[in-house]
Design a protein around this ligand. Structure first.
Ligand code: ADP
Length: 522
């Protein structure tokens, strides 16, 4: 049976008859009780040891809720001897505003043995309060009775302050956005909008509640809806910024153009936490653009008539001079007229470019496609250029002979543009090389190379945008509007082709376009 622990109770008993005195010994076997107590002491000791190494404030309360133990972090924090906290002393460190709430919850837990979890402020040694998250669990006896409570307090002051700052900034964000003429939204990571500013409400004539319930999808012009949805889907899936133009129905019943942008806000781990969207009314801007387009169209039309007439007369005079080549030879009439003629060709091309630009903007640049031999066409176009420019040598290398289906005039315009650029931007150099060759995917390619001023890497994408001209010397030295390449690329793309540039500053440029051919002849 082994050793047992006994509690001995001795009592002196006097026997009535005879008056003898007896000692009565009562033995109580308390082995089990002792064992429990000892193991409890042991685990409590271990627990206390552990509590000294953690940054939390740790405590043990008895079953009725009175404090029996605090770790040194608690003592350090409160700046008071531990006696001040023991028993019910700890209650005095709770912020007066939190006391009632905390004690109510605490007494509930003490009654039920349920987890105690609460956030409240505790006073430190300087008399200031910090926010803590307090959690406690009871240790239960074999009959389900509470033996002790083990609790920990975690300082969450920094989180609380961050939370407060966040609330403040989002309040400020709201106040700020209410003032903006732009329409501003705030959406969750999936794109579900949870805030519409006043400008949205005013434009659509809806309350924020209505907007939150209905969204603005049904106010988007039907023709723009599909694209808007697709763009949103891509952004929500990949996190790329949204940039979209769409028409929105105003409360007055008319659709107005808007630019819709949204950027994702990420946390420190790079996960998207929210989207901020801004939608700007660009109706006026669009109208302005349209007006500008029609103005340019008008200007070019108006200019075309007098220039055609001047050109006609210059031609007439030149012809007359050629025939009647007599007394007038002393006067520089012929060179002057030739010069005028050259300038008119340039002016005519400029006007045509402006016209084309507005056609592209209105999507009215129609192609008249026909089948022809590509090589003969390139050859003839280069010959035409050579006729007006006798100073440069333009050589043609043909590695492919093919027929294509295309708009001859438009393609001619592209070739003229690229070759005249090659001449224009290589002042010291007099040779331009044109190469016709095959590219993968049954495509005919033409490259035009010069040894001119070249184009810096950073400008190589930009030069294809309308009105873009490389800044610096070239802008002042070489005349131009910055429309040519924009048109050229547009025309080539309308032929299912592409136009690219390879260039190095100071060395020269190679412009290459490629488009599908119909059949090969070699
Ligand atoms: P423009 O020549 O009328 O300015 P383009 O659209 O034809 O307009 O060309 C845009 C810009 O690209 C030019 O202003 C020039 O800076 C640059 N560029 C075009 N072709 C060449 C070239 N062959 N060499 C160097 N720069 C060029």
């Amino acid at each position: 049976m082994g050793e047992r622990t006994m509690l001995v109770n001795a009592r002196e008993v006097v026997r009535e008859e005879g008056g003898e005195k007896l000692i009565l010994l009562v033995f109580e076997d308390i082995t089990d009780k002792k064992m429990i107590e000892r193991s409890l002491e042991k685990s409590e000791f271990k627990f206390k040891l552990l509590t000294e190494t953690v940054p939390h404030l740790i405590w043990i309360n008895n079953a009725t809720g009175n404090a029996e133990y605090f770790n040194s972090k608690w003592v350090e924090y409160t700046g008071e001897p531990v006696e001040k906290s023991l028993g019910e002393g700890w209650v005095n460190f709770i912020h007066p505003e939190d006391k009632e709430r905390v004690l109510n919850l605490w007494s509930k837990s003490v009654k039920t043995g349920n987890l105690f979890s609460v956030e409240f402020r505790i006073k430190n040694g300087d008399g200031n309060y910090n926010w803590f998250l307090t959690k406690a669990l009871p240790l239960m006896g074999s009959n389900g009775e509470i033996i002790k409570w083990f609790g920990s307090n975690t300082n969450i002051q920094i989180q609380k302050e961050a939370e407060k700052a966040l609330i403040k900034t989002s309040e400020q964000f709201r106040q700020f956005t209410e003032l903006l003429p732009q329409k501003v939204t705030n959406a969750d990571p999936s794109g579900k909008v949870n805030y519409y500013n006043k400008s949205w409400q005013d434009y659509l004539g809806l309350t924020e509640e209505e907007l939150l319930r209905e969204g603005y999808m049904k106010y988007i012009h039907p023709a723009d809806l599909q694209q808007t949805k697709e763009r949103w889907k891509i952004s929500a899936e990949t996190g790329v910024e949204l940039d979209n133009e769409l028409r929105l129905l105003s409360k007055n019943g008319d659709y107005q153009w808007h630019m819709n942008r949204a950027i994702p806000i990420r946390n420190e781990r790079g996960e998207i936490k929210q989207w901020i969207g801004s939608t700007t009314n660009i109706e006026k801007f669009k109208e302005e653009e349209k007006r500008k387009g029609s103005f340019l169209q008008l200007v070019s039309h108006e200019l075309k008539t007098p220039i055609t007439s001047i050109k006609g007369y210059v031609q007439l005079l030149l012809n007359m001079l050629q025939k009647e080549n007599r007394d007038l030879e002393a006067l520089p009439i012929q060179p002057s007229l030739l010069r005028i003629d050259e300038q008119i060709v340039r002016l005519t091309r400029l006007i045509a470019e402006i016209l084309d630009l507005s056609r592209i903007e209105e999507n009215r640049l129609d192609l008249k496609k026909e089948k022809f031999n590509f090589n003969t066409f390139i050859h003839d176009t280069i010959e035409d250029i050579k006729r007006t420019d006798i100073q440069h040598t333009i050589s043609i290398h043909q590695e492919l002979n093919c027929d294509i289906i295309a708009d001859k005039d438009r393609l001619g315009q592209v070739v003229i543009n690229l070759v005249t650029n090659a001449i224009k931007y290589s002042p010291g150099n007099k040779t331009v090389e044109v190469r016709i060759f095959e590219k993968e995917g049954n495509r005919a390619a033409v490259s035009i190379s010069d040894n001119g001023i070249g184009i810096a890497m950073k400008d190589q994408r930009e030069i294809f945008r309308r009105f873009h001209r490389v800044e610096g010397k070239s802008e002042d030295t070489y005349a131009g509007l910055g429309i040519g390449l924009f048109l050229a690329r547009d025309i080539i793309e309308r032929h299912d082709g592409d136009l690219m540039v390879e260039s190095e500053l100071g060395t020269g440029s190679v412009f290459t376009f490629a488009l599908p051919y119909e059949n090969k002849n070699n």
